[in-house]
Design a protein around this ligand. Structure first.
Ligand code: UDP
Ligand code: MG
Length: 322
């Protein structure tokens, strides 16, 4: 048997596009000289995604799937996919065809004959995306790269192909608060980047609202940087310093000009401002504490409702014998 490539495909409510994806991926992979396993991860879809997966796995024995007990998020789906992928090589790919399967041959070549451990992809344009979203996305990448030692590449997709070594490294990071863009950078190894123009999703709708993206960005900062904590200490120090200067200035003024009782509005403003900064810093602390709290609970990253997997790692006792 030759090299086995597992395609891990997280899918949440993707009934509109799943079959189109399967058809296109199948066409591309037909021309590739490796064996393919499709590993769909149904992330608790409420539409007919799972029944499409039932159907596909019946007609094609290369199609495997895991179905979650509820929606656990794309990060959990990626983790589950990597954990159950049986391939020597594993690629992560979105179900909406925004990650063009036609790059696969190029990616395979880089890993199989150019000596890379991993091939990442990044989109060099954000064509078709609302401008406000692009603005905040760019701002986020700038900020996180200033704050974190781990490089988070602007425009990097989760679409990538890696060898077993990299997969095992990623799996060894069993944290609950998973920020893949950071995790992929953190593990290192020899990585090649392929670039392509942004492609809009083939059908269906994006699962990411602006608010969800914002929370994801906060998760990312907290997972890969402690700079906000340092910042709150800096704020504290700065305010003590300002207060000291003000005290000295007031003492001198009182000695020189006496003590006229005035200036309470400015005092009120200062009190409110400083209280605001204090709450802000407490909030930062709270965020880290909340994440630490969740990590200490050691909850599972996902729960499986049903699965059809290949022979090697079939721990869910399914009946399929592919
Ligand atoms: N996805 C998932 N769980 C979620 C949200 C999304 O598995 O809770 C999957 C989704 O089915 C798709 C991929 O993650 O295959 C990317 O999602 P989407 O296309 O909605 O994100 P966008 O490309 O707009 O960033
Ligand atoms: Mg998409």
């Amino acid at each position: 048997m030759g090299v086995l490539l597992s395609l891990v495909v997280p899918a949440y409510n993707e009934e509109a596009v799943l079959e189109v994806f399967y058809k296109e991926a199948k066409e591309i992979t037909a021309g590739i000289q490796v064996d393919i396993e499709y590993l769909f991860v149904d992330d608790g879809s409420k539409d007919s995604t799972l029944s499409i997966l039932h159907k596909l796995s019946e007609i094609d024995e290369c199609v495997h799937y895991i179905s979650f007990s509820r929606n656990f998020g794309k990060e959990a789906a990626i983790y589950a996919g990597l954990e159950h992928a049986q391939g020597d090589l594993v690629a992560i790919m979105d179900a909406d065809l925004q990650d063009p399967p036609k790059l696969l041959p190029q990616m395979l070549k880089a890993v199989m004959s150019e000596g890379y451990d991993c091939v990442g992809t990044r989109r060099i344009s954000r064509k078709g995306e609302p401008p406000v979203r692009s603005f905040f996305a760019k701002l986020f990448y700038k900020l996180i790269n200033k704050m974190s030692k781990t490089e988070v590449v602007d425009g990097a997709r989760d679409y990538q192909l890696m060898n077993r070594k990299v997969v095992d490294a990623i799996l060894s990071m069993g944290e609950y608060n998973r920020f893949s863009k950071g995790i992929f950078g953190w593990v290192g190894y020899r990585k090649k980047w392929l670039e392509y123009e942004n492609i809009e999703r083939a059908a269906g709708e994006t699962k990411w609202s602006f608010w969800k993206l914002f929370l994801y960005a906060v998760d990312g900062v907290i997972a890969f940087s402690t700079t906000p904590l340092v910042l709150s200490s800096v704020f504290g120090f700065l305010f003590c310093f300002i207060a000291l200067i003000m005290i000295i200035a007031i003492i001198i003024r009182t000695l020189v000009f006496g003590d006229p009782t005035s200036g309470w509005p400015s005092l009120a403003c200062i009190v409110i401002f400083v209280a605001g900064i204090q709450l802000f810093c407490l909030g930062i602390l709270g965020q880290y504490l909340a994440k630490a709290y969740l990590e200490t609970k050691k909850r599972p990253i996902y729960l499986v409702e049903e699965a059809v997997l290949g022979k090697i790692k079939d721990k869910y006792n399914n009946t399929k014998t592919s």
